[in-house]
Design a binder for this molecule. Structure first.
Ligand code: ZN
Length: 66
């Protein structure tokens, strides 16, 4: 049996893994690429958190506060 070459993830099949919980998600899912609305909300929250961290560099005063 010949070995199949690894394809880029986008082209494997019309499914994807939920970025939050890694469950397989169908491309025709209403919440694609997330498995459910809850994961979509979680991912959005992560992005907002990340943006907040990046846009505000850590300063010495932050380290002293706690
Ligand atoms: Zn999920």
């Amino acid at each position: 049996m010949p070995e199949l070459p690894l394809e880029p993830e986008e082209n494997v099949d019309p499914r994807s893994d939920c970025p939050v919980c890694k469950k397989a998600v169908r491309a025709d899912s209403p919440t694609y690429p997330f498995c459910c609305a809850r994961c979509r909300t979680i991912d959005l929250g992560r992005w907002l958190d990340e943006d907040y961290v990046i846009s505000r560099p850590i300063e010495q005063s932050d380290l002293d506060e706690e």
